[in-house]
Design a protein around this ligand. Sequence first.
Ligand code: FAD
Length: 378
Amino acid sequence: MTMSNFNSSDIAAFKDVWVFCEQREGKLMPTDFELISKGRDLADELGVNLCGLLLGDNVEGLAKELGGYGADKVYVCESPLLKVYNTDAYTKVICDVIEELKPEAFLIGATNIGRDLAPRCAARLHTGLCADCTHLDVEMTNYKDFLREASTLPEDKIEKVGTAMVLGEKRDVAKDLKMTRPAFGGHLMATIFCPRFRPCMATVRPGVMKKNEFNQAKADACEIVKPAFQLAESDIETEVVEVVKAAKKLVDLIGADFIVSVGRGISKDVEGGIKLAEELAEVLGGVVGGSRATIDSGWLSADHQVGQTGKTVHPKVYVALGISGAIQHKAGMQDSECIIAVNKNDTAPIFEIADYGICGDLFKVTPMLIEAIKAVKA
Ligand code: FAD
């Protein structure tokens, strides 16, 4: 069967929510736990199993940990040819296993590897992919009503398109994955469904979904399954000659509890502004982030960027120094537990979401904050 020729009964054959569990050098990635946790909620809503899909060489030992965050089952595919990520090999194995076992939803972290892998798999499986999602839900959807609300199509077109979306009389109302992502430069959120093809695929931004508490009993109960697959050297058209790691250690914004971010407000003394942010981050035990303005100006490297096209963070405390609070910046930090903003303009939008707002010059306020925190700690 080619995946492009689905009808309603084909769709009904697809069950379970799957998460691609990325490992590098035998270590699971933080995104795996976030997606397994979110996948658990979705699978419960759909009344199906949550399964991890883990590829690599000698990686079976990692599988139970995924159970501890919510996976009922982990499919493990092992081969020396899967030891290091390779687009050809991973795409072939994943698509073969999916065609055999038919998950209804397939989630992949929007990491560098995930962004490479997901579109390849979606194209080969002839299904839809919503890239870079920030929210996932399951919704009972009547597509005709959905179109009436969300579009300006005339009634005769709604009847036609809506019927096509639910594949005729068998699925008037469908329980489908509802995927949300920022669109048009973050000015609106797009809601995307994939009603006619399976699996419904989504990549999800790292750091967006909250991970569950680890549960040892669930880890012990997690089933490990090794599906059959074929993979030969001749399936792989590229050769990994060498893996060169970035010489510089990248800042870990996603895992940080305290982030001090700087914006264009440091422009009158860039070096001094960054030094102040570093000092404040150090007394808090955190790291330095930045708005895109600071990255575009070359003041900080790209790994420091917070926001829609940077990292999504939710630390315990986020300090914004000289950041206006553009919608694209807020998109990456508004879920922080506590936001402290320092800005000399009292109408700056960052104050709308700040828990504590200090209207003043960051070059005067930040040294006072540093001293105050040192005094509390002493
Ligand atoms: P500005 O908007 O210039 O704000 C500087 C602020 O500093 C002002 O509010 C000013 O009052 C204050 N200030 C100046 N001097 C001082 C001082 N001495 N003390 C205190 N305050 C002072 N932006 C991101 O950050 N992250 C993203 O991921 C991102 N993605 C984008 C994606 C798209 C498609 C687009 C179109 C834009 C994106 N942007 C992103 C850019 C975003 O729209 C803003 O341009 C950017 O966030 C502005 O950065 P800023 O707040 O540092 O600078």
